[in-house]
Design a protein around this ligand. Structure first.
Ligand SMILES: *[C@@H]1O[C@H](CO)[C@@H](O)[C@H](O)[C@H]1NC(C)=O
Ligand SMILES: *[C@@H]1O[C@H](CO)[C@@H](O)[C@H](O)[C@H]1NC(C)=O
Ligand SMILES: *[C@@H]1O[C@H](CO)[C@@H](O)[C@H](O)[C@H]1NC(C)=O
Length: 277
């Protein structure tokens, strides 16, 4: 999942330069959906909703310099309220962690860059909120194996392709409270083929998992290379691959058209926004 990591990283490097002020927290406790928030049933603000704090560059540098876990945790504890620095809110209102967007839903990721207590732990975690018929489009994680667990909804259809030598897709449909593995580096996807939303938790075996969206990172320049890679198919004759890339959907895309038809929902053909800036 999560095509906007690069953008996220860029935002974070800006965000961390701004010192965390206590007045900021109150402001950020207001509902803070992204402008392009697309969730049909977003998580509600509750008494526990608490936007994630920002960190100063100095704080992050200190965390990196701490030699032991004891030093590191004591340092982070000294930053302020443990409900800020030890908790991570993976809802739209948690802010600063939106890592995937699109008409199919939204994803939020706690990783070492926005939740530095993860440093040295080798793990990160995401929550994906999929709209009815939403698709977490084909992608891979560069440094992490992932376990996807469905915690709300009916089922998720999933698939992965590992590598040369084992390149037939492995399909799995998981029900509520069931999980499935996406091995590190495998191309994979999750599709909510239902008329109700789905929520999944993604546990990732690296604090900086990385993500590479397959279609977005395939339709690149030069066009000649892309065409040669595909043996010059006639359907590419009139296509400019650079222009085509700009039309790809964002990370959380709309899924199969048949689902939209069955659910009486409109399939929006204009989903552009999937390329990383
Ligand atoms: C948010 O609250 C409304 C009203 O109580 C409810 O219908 C909806 O299902 C809630 N959303 C979630 C994601 O729990
Ligand atoms: C594709 O279009 C872009 C502008 O959108 C242009 O710069 C590029 O040269 C075109 N590529 C080919 C192979 O015509
Ligand atoms: C969502 O909005 C933000 C800020 O307005 C923008 O940076 C981002 O590109 C948008 N994402 C999509 C998928 O349109």
């Amino acid at each position: 999942m999560l095509n906007k990591l690069a953008t996220l990283a860029a935002c974070l490097s800006l965000a961390v330069a701004i010192p965390f002020a206590s007045t900021e927290l109150e402001k950020r406790q207001m509902p803070n959906y992204p402008d392009n928030g697309t969730l049909v049933n977003p998580p509600n603000v509750t008494q526990f909703t608490r936007p994630n704090p920002k960190y100063t560059t100095d704080q992050l540098n200190q965390v990196k310099l701490a030699l032991t876990a004891v030093e590191r945790l004591a340092l982070i504890k000294s930053f302020g309220n443990t409900d800020d620095f030890f908790k991570f809110d993976l809802t739209p209102d948690g802010s600063h962690s939106n890592a995937a967007n699109g008409l199919g839903g939204q994803g939020y990721l706690a990783h070492v860059g926005n939740y530095p207590v993860l440093l040295g732990t080798g793990l990160s975690v995401a929550i994906g909120y999929l709209n009815p018929c939403g698709l977490d489009s084909i992608h891979l994680h560069n440094r992490a194996t992932e376990m996807v667990t469905l915690v709300n909804g009916v089922s998720l259809k999933t698939g992965f392709v590992l590598e040369d030598g084992f390149d037939l897709p492995v399909y799995t449909e998981i029900g509520l409270y069931q999980g499935t593995i996406r091995p590190m580096g495998s191309l994979h996807w999750e599709f909510n083929d239902h008329c109700v939303p789905a929520v999944f938790v993604a546990s990732l075996s690296h604090e900086d998992p990385g993500v590479s969206r397959t279609a977005q990172n395939f339709f690149i320049n030069p066009q000649e290379i892309v065409e040669a890679n595909l043996a010059y198919p006639s359907w590419l004759d009139k296509v400019n691959t650079t222009d085509y890339r700009a039309l790809l959907p964002a990370a959380f895309a709309q899924g199969a058209k048949a689902c939209y038809q069955r659910c009486g929902l409109t399939y929006d053909t204009n989903q552009a926004g999937g390329i990383s800036k």
